[in-house]
Design a protein around this ligand. Structure first.
Ligand code: NAI
Ligand code: COI
Length: 364
């Protein structure tokens, strides 16, 4: 992989490699764009097949955070970190402390939080070395694990998408096929069950499936069968790139609305589902509840205020559908347009000259 070439293509600002032999830390922090403010995005711990795969993931996810934070109306830029390792076997306190010191070294250009493979306890360890971490335990006045709030945002956004597709935002009686019933999707299933939706679930983790079957009366299906279910809504809540050449011909659902990051394998797949008339709630907009929640910590966490802001996802999704119709473009492009226009507007106003404490004449 030609790193500088890749960074140039999407105009990345910074890529940081962090290594600590004692703890086994191998981490990469990617900062995409800080026009709107410090880069905020979670830290993923994953068993990457190669270093280039880890770099690519960090870069892709960081860019996604720029768009997510911009579309959510946050004064935050986009960044993300990955730790190379197995979250079940490779964690130790020193690893997260060492990582926290690298974050501290960036002096606020990057603020972290949870992502796949990292937990509130891991954030607490990072917090022992830096203040530039959110999603820390409530005992520090923080908001804790963002997953339940992400789930609430998905539920709200799914209602907006249902209104667009079916003319009503009620999910009562609707069938929702949920891919992956982990941290986010478990709470999402609870919201859906409480509203009277019927659930079809799948997961590689059999215990997670069993829990959804027992608690929400969900029907369990094989992992490869989830795409072709006779469902009104497909909710991808596990993996990226699941809207692709293989899955698209199988879709029967009229709506796609789920938590996974980077759901489109390629932009052409966003075009294809648009042509098929599927109402797609763009991933980084509908799954912004978690980042909205942790970002609230930066002003002194207030759960009521954070949840109210998360409810704004409904209006943002409606706005995206409106842009899509107005400009005759797929919804993923409409979301990009919304985010890019906001960044451009802020860049323009921040480009204005402001006098600092130095003399305008001598520069001293
Ligand atoms: N946790 C959060 O607040 C946020 C999460 N997201 C995204 O949402 C997705 C889910 O996140 P979490 O629930 O936190 O992760 P998680 O790791 O708790 O849940 C993911 C679930 O998917 C299952 N899974 C993995 N491969 C699968 C496959 N091939 N088929 C079916 N199931 C499979 C896993 O066994 C797991 O139960 C991820 O893509 C994440 O990046 C996005 C924004 C915020
Ligand atoms: C705090 C996290 C939920 C933010 C993040 O990394 C994401 O939304 O993907």
């Amino acid at each position: 992989m030609e790193i500088f070439k890749y960074m140039e293509t999407y105009d990345y600002e910074q890529l940081v490699f962090c290594q600590d032999q004692t703890s086994g830390l191998k981490a990469i922090i990617a900062i995409h764009d800080t026009t709107l403010g410090p880069a905020l995005g979670g830290t993923r711990m994953w068993t990457y097949a190669s270093e280039s795969e880890a770099i690519e993931d960090a870069l892709r996810l960081a860019r996604g955070m720029t768009y997510k934070n911009a579309a959510a109306g946050l004064n935050l830029g986009g960044g993300k970190a990955v730790i190379i390792g197995d979250p079940r076997t490779d964690k130790n306190p020193e690893l997260f402390r060492a990582f926290g010191r690298y974050i501290q070294g960036l002096n606020g250009r990057y603020i972290t939080a949870e992502d796949v493979g990292t937990t509130e306890e891991d954030m607490d360890l990072i917090h022992s070395e830096t203040d530039y971490v959110t999603g820390v335990s409530a005992e520090f006045g923080s908001s804790g694990n963002p997953s339940p709030v992400t789930a609430y945002g998905i539920y709200i956004g799914m209602k907006a998408a249902a209104k667009e597709a079916f003319g009503s935002d009620s999910l009562e009686g609707k069938t929702v096929a949920v891919q992956g019933v982990g941290n986010v999707a478990y709470t999402l299933c609870r919201h859906l069950h409480e509203e009277g939706a019927k659930l079809i679930v799948t997961d590689i983790n059999k215990e997670a499936v069993q829990r959804a079957v027992e608690e929400f009366g969900a029907k369990a299906v094989d992992i490869n069968e989830i795409y072709s279910q006779d469902a009104d809504i497909f909710a991808p809540c596990a993996l990226g790139a699941i809207i692709n050449d293989t899955t698209i011909p199988q879709f029967k659902a009229k709506v796609i609305a789920g938590s996974a990051n980077n759901q489109l394998q390629d932009t052409v797949h966003g075009d294809l589902i648009h042509e098929m008339g599927i109402v797609y709630a763009p991933d980084y907009v509908i799954n912004s509840g978690g980042v909205i929640n942790v970002a609230d910590e930066l002003a002194g966490y207030n759960r009521e205020r954070a949840l109210k802001r998360v409810e704004g996802i409904y209006g943002t999704i409606e706005q995206i559908f409106a842009i899509s119709k107005r400009d005759k473009i797929p919804t993923y492009l409409a979301a990009d347009r919304l985010a890019e226009e906001r960044i451009a507007r802020v860049a323009k106003s921040r480009g204005q000259f402001l006098q600092n404490e130095k003399s305008i004449i001598s520069g001293r």
